[in-house]
Design a protein around this ligand. Structure first.
Ligand code: AMP
Ligand code: GLY
Length: 432
């Protein structure tokens, strides 16, 4: 079959890598892709939210299966667009109704509250209810969690240490700090614990598969310090997400989520990303996303032992019943090499050298922010540049492979975190 994957990040590199290995995949197109995805298929330059442009590629290349990597086209209704334009196109990704789980934090919180899914206590406010918002803040303990309701490119969550700062940020958010995305602000109770990412592929008819669990590392600095990034690395499996924890996740979160979607008449076919926090062993939902995580996907794909394409087709068709999705018992990690200055401003166009020398049996270099310059050389084009992903018999072994590869590759300003996974290794030492 012919497959079109939308997106351009490390996540899409990992999905393209995995899809391209399937005997069911005849031709793979990645739109727009990046400087590395051309190793797995054909890049097509377009904006994933330009549905007419996507439709033109679907027609021209006889696409059978559309896999939507990033959330923007889903929230903007790409599934709904094709439901009328080309009803027989198989699509992985929910319609705008299901995508609201990520597109509106207020919707997600209201959904979880109705379904009894464990999450932080919250209330939502608008400019009209600013005074009540300030009063509500005063009833909470610090730190204060403020979330823009809509999509804000991953930047819409503020955690403030004092009541004064929280009130000031609430005013700023409601007066357009994130444009329309913060016209409504969710204020919620701060939860203290350790986070992990659980990915569920669903077929909209009660069928689902849980993918390997991962933990990502969001802050730029070692020891989880400094500003948030799109993600500096990921580790799978996650030591505290054991069978007992995952049983709670299944019973208290996954099943009620699927049942709730059904009850609301939402035919959700695609990935649900549960951003979870373990509060003294009890899983609670921090957020839903309607796509895979980045950089978790760069580790998770290495741990899927089965062909992914039958699972994607099963989800898109509404029938995952006979689909096998086996997990590789080994550990996988990804370590992200980023541009100096990221997540602030950073230079682009830096020459990337040494990629040909890495041990490709040990490590896969998933490109994120790379492109070819006019001379055809590979250069940096984003903050997160390459995700170095490895399997190993242990997390330590996988990490040492990724660190070795990352040291082999160079570009001006290269930075990475050397402590990816070290918290989990410390935790594992206390458990065993
Ligand atoms: P989100 O964009 O919703 O994933 O939030 C970004 C990050 O903020 C999360 O990964 C958490 O680390 C943190 N966060 C969000 N909500 C809370 C909360 N209620 N309590 C503690 N930390 C939170
Ligand atoms: N790694 C977190 C995310 O993809 O949102």
């Amino acid at each position: 079959m012919n497959i079109l994957l939308l997106g351009s990040g490390g996540r899409e590199s990992a999905l393209a890598y995995k899809i391209s290995r399937s005997p069911l995949c005849t031709r793979l197109f990645i739109a727009p892709g990046n400087g590395g995805t051309e190793a797995y298929g054909t890049n097509i330059i377009l904006k994933p939210t330009d549905f007419e442009a996507v439709a033109a590629v679907v027609e021209r290349e006889n696409i059978d299966l559309l896999v939507v990597g990033n959330e923007d086209p889903l929230v903007a209704g790409i599934r709904d667009f094709f439901a009328t334009r080309k009803p027989d196109l198989l699509i992985v990704g929910p319609g705008a109704d299901g995508a609201a789980l990520e597109g509106s934090k207020d919707f997600a919180k209201e959904f979880m509250t109705e379904m009894g899914i464990p999450t932080a206590a919250y209330r939502s406010f608008t400019a009209e209810t600013l005074a009540e918002g300030e009063q509500f803040l005063a009833t909470l303990n610090p730190p204060y969690v403020l979330k823009a309701d809509g999509l804000a490119a991953g930047k819409g969550v503020l955690i403030l240490p004092t009541l004064e700062e929280a009130k000031a940020s609430l005013r700023e958010m409601l007066s357009g700090m994130f444009g329309g995305a913060s016209a409504t602000v969710v204020i919620e109770e701060f939860l203290s614990g350790i986070e992990c990412s659980v990915f569920v592929l669903t077929d909209g008819h009660g069928g689902y598969r849980v993918l390997p669990v991962a933990k990502d590392y969001k802050r730029i600095g070692e020891g989880d310090t400094g500003p948030n990034t799109g993600g500096m690395g990921a580790v799978s499996p996650v030591v505290f997400a054991d069978n007992e924890f995952m049983k709670k996740v299944e019973d208290r979160i996954i099943l009620p989520t699927l049942e709730g979607l059904g009850r609301r008449g939402i035919d959700y076919r695609g990935f649900i990303f549960l951003g979870l926090i373990s509060v003294e062993g009890e899983p609670m939902v921090i957020e839903y996303n309607v796509r895979m995580g980045d950089p978790e996907t760069e580790a998770v794909m290495l741990r899927i032992a089965s062909d992914l394409v039958p699972a994607l087709v099963g989800a898109a068709k509404g029938d995952l019943a006979d689909v096998e999705l086996a997990h590789d018992p080994r550990a996988a990690v990804t370590v992200m090499a980023v541009s100096g200055g990221y997540p602030g401003s950073y230079p682009k166009g830096k020459l990337i050298e040494g990629l040909d020398s890495i041990d490709t049996d040990a490590t896969v270099a998933f490109h994120a922010g790379t492109t070819r310059n006019a001379e055809g050389n590979l250069v940096t084009s984003g903050g997160r540049v390459i995700a170095f992903s490895s399997l190993g018999d242990s997390v330590e072994e996988a990490l040492s492979r990724s660190f070795k590869a990352i040291e082999t590759v160079d570009f001006d300003g290269k930075y990475y975190r050397r402590d990816i996974g070290s918290d989990l290794l410390r935790l594992a030492a206390t458990i065993s």
